[in-house]
Design a protein around this ligand. Sequence first.
Ligand code: CP
Length: 308
Amino acid sequence: MPQLSQPHLLGIKNLTARDIELIFETADNFKNIINQPIKKVPALRDVTVANVFFENSTRTRISFELAEKRLSADIVNFSASSSSVKKGETLLDTVNNILAMKVDMVVMRHASPGAPHFLSRHIKASVINAGDGTHEHPTQALLDAYSIREKLGAIEGKKVVLIGDILHSRVALSNIFALKKLGAEVKVCGPPTLLPRHIRNLGIDVELNLRKALEWCDVANILRIQLERQQLRYFPSLREYALYYGINLSLLNSLNKKITIMHPGPINRGVELSSDAADSAHSIILDQVENGVAIRMAVLYLLAGKQA
Ligand code: CP
C-alpha cells in the first residue's frame, strides 16, 4: 500500500510533491465514494480518532468528524472551552489522558504555533495539525490546491494570488508551500502592514495593487482579516480596507479575463469579499468545503496505514 513520507501531518513544509499527489489520488477515490448513496467504507474500523480543539472551528472540525465517520472510525471530540484545561491542566496531560483511553490518532487545533509538533514528539499516536496559530493549516492548503486542480485541470503553471492578511494567516503559509511544490506561480497581495517582511524569501512575488494582482492571476485566494490575532492597528478602518483590498462582483466583471475566487472561510462579508462576489459564478468556495471531506478522509486513511 502506498504511504506518506511522514508519520504525522504537521505541515506542508515537510511533505514531498509525491505525498501531495498521493493524497489527491486517494481523495479522488473517496470523493467518488461520498457521492454514492452509501457514503461509508470500513477502512478505519477499529481505529479511534480524537478531535482535540483548543481554538474555535466550524468547517475543519465538522469536516474531520464527517471524514472519520465516512471511514467508520470511532471518534472522541474534545473542546478546550468545556474541559479541565479551564482548571489548569497542561496540553500534554490532557492528551496523555485521552491516549490512555486507547486513541490511535489525534487531530489538533491550537492557538500556539508548534503545538502539534510538540505533541508529536511526546506521544505514539499519529498527529494531524488542524491549524496551529499563525503557522500552518495543512489540510486547508491541500483542499485548496485540490479544488484548483479540479477547476482548472492542473496546478503546474497556474498563477495564484493570495490576498489580504498574509501576516496572521496559517492558510497563506501552507498554501505557498503546497502551490510551489506543485509548480504554480504564487504572488501575495495586501497592505504592506499585513505582509511579512521576508515573504519574498519563500520564492514568491509581492503585488501591492489589487487590480494588477487580479489581472495577473488565474485564481485569487482571498484571506480573512484576522482581527482576533491583531495586537496593533494594521490599517485605518475596515471601510478603508474594503475600499482598497475588498473584492466585489463589479471589480471581477471589469477584469480583462474571468478568474476563479476562493476563500477558506469564515468570510467577513463586506470586508475582504462582498456577498455578490462570494456567491457568484467566479466562486468555488463551497466546492472547497465539499473537497475538504475527501481530502481529510485521504489524510486519515494514509496515516492510519490500513487496507481499505
Ligand atoms: N477554514 C477554516 O479553518 O475554518 P474553521 O476555522 O471554521 O475551521
